[in-house]
Ligand binder design. Structure first.
Ligand SMILES: *Cc1c(COP(=O)(O)O)cnc(C)c1O
Length: 374
């Protein structure tokens, strides 16, 4: 189907930065700088600066960031890790793959873990919690850090969808970025994330030098590249130097792109305010801001709504109609998560990217309004 408005425009994004990206490609290729070279180092420095942590370590994916973080934290067999019932499956799979048991907790109206339901999920075996900052909006990290402190839990932030999002921290009296609160922040540079590479990519950010060192070794099969010593059985999960070169260029533009996303979000908000059957992703917490990685509305009409948009030329995503814990092969316990169940029937992500034209945003608005007879 030929959509009038596509969900993403990687081609437009490329042409907007063609000169710089082509130069970076030429630089990397002509000098043969492929593995663990200066572009990677530079990107890590810039990412750490952007997030506000001491270190950033480039990895192959967001999944690897979660996996390495759990290993660095010593999470393994016999441990329980709290994860949200509504997230991308990788959050949970990383826990299972280190041998620990994921304990699912329902989410709230903002799609993030319901902080009021965390404490009843804590047992003697609970070792860590992975809050996910979904869609570009942070979990309530002030509450989560407090709960973690009270129960002596490690916090690993799945910030894969929220690069640039902030929350006001009443301890430091500053707005702190997602990924700067927990032991690590985990990042994905999958092409359609808010900062996307041209293939898979990821990173962790951390203030802990031991964790950064562990990750640097583990991404090279446990090897310390300076001494040649193996410090454990590791993995092959390094962020490619070429991807780092591209990401370094794109990171400069991220603040501008976030601004553009917020403008589009405001347009959507103003255009849909009068539609009672549509819940919009605008929340009344002045401590937190939204970077709109995704603009996810909840329509009471579910598939009828999303199918209508697609039929009328608007490409939308419905993540996720089937919650991950309901997939039989994953062997997870469905303890009943009413909010996740309800939102799974209703979610619909509207086109949201900085390459959208005003006409395209208006087109989306008109199709949504016409569905509701407006
Ligand atoms: C994208 C994503 C991941 C995994 O990232 P990959 O780079 O695809 O491995 C994990 N968690 C969340 C919330 C994500 O959105």
């Amino acid at each position: 189907m030929q959509y009038k408005v596509r969900f993403v425009y990687p081609d437009r994004a490329y042409f907007n930065l063609k000169k710089e990206l082509d130069e970076a490609y030429f630089d990397v290729m002509s000098r043969g700088e492929l593995i663990d070279r200066e572009h990677l180092q530079r990107f890590e420095d810039n990412l750490a600066k952007f997030v506000g942590t001491k270190y950033a370590v480039g990895l192959n994916s967001g999944y690897d960031a979660l996996h390495i973080s759990l290993r660095a934290a010593g999470v393994g067999r016999g441990d329980e890790v709290i994860v949200p019932a509504h997230t991308f499956v990788a959050t949970c799979s990383a826990v299972v793959n280190v041998g620990a048991t994921p304990i699912l907790v329902d989410v709230g109206k903002d799609f993030n873990i319901d902080v009021n339901k965390i404490e009843s999920a804590i047992t003697k075996r609970t070792k860590a919690i992975i809050p996910v900052h979904l869609n570009g909006y942070m979990s309530d990290m002030v509450r989560i850090m407090q709960i973690a402190k009270n129960h002596n839990l490690i916090v690993i932030e799945d910030a894969c969808q929220s690069l640039g999002a902030t929350m006001f921290d009443d301890k430091s009296l500053t707005r702190k970025k997602a990924g700067a609160w927990g032991l690590t922040g985990c990042w994905s540079f999958y092409p359609f994330k808010i900062l996307g590479a041209y293939g898979d990519g990821g990173a962790i950010t951390t203030d802990d030098p031991e964790i950064a060192l562990f990750a640097k070794r583990m991404r090279f099969n446990g090897e310390d590249r300076k001494t040649g010593e193996y410090h454990g059985h590791g993995f092959t999960c390094l962020l490619d130097n070429l991807q780092a070169a591209f990401l370094n260029i794109k990171l400069k533009y991220l603040p501008k792109w976030i601004e553009k996303r917020r403008e589009i979000a405001e347009k959507y908000r103003n255009a849909f305010l009068d539609i009672k059957d549509l819940a919009l992703p605008h929340y009344d917490d002045p401590r937190r801001d939204h970077v709109y990685q995704n603009y996810v509305v909840r329509s009471k009409q579910g598939d009828e709504f999303s199918d209508y948009l697609k039929k009328n030329g608007v490409e939308v995503l419905v993540q996720f109609r089937k919650p991950y814990y309901k997939h039989e092969a994953l062997n997870l316990e469905d303890r009943g998560f009413p909010e996740t169940e309800a939102l799974s029937r209703e979610v619909c992500s509207l086109p949201m990217n900085p390459e959208l034209t005003d006409e395209e945003v208006d087109y989306v608005i008109n199709v949504v309004r016409s569905f509701y007879g407006k």
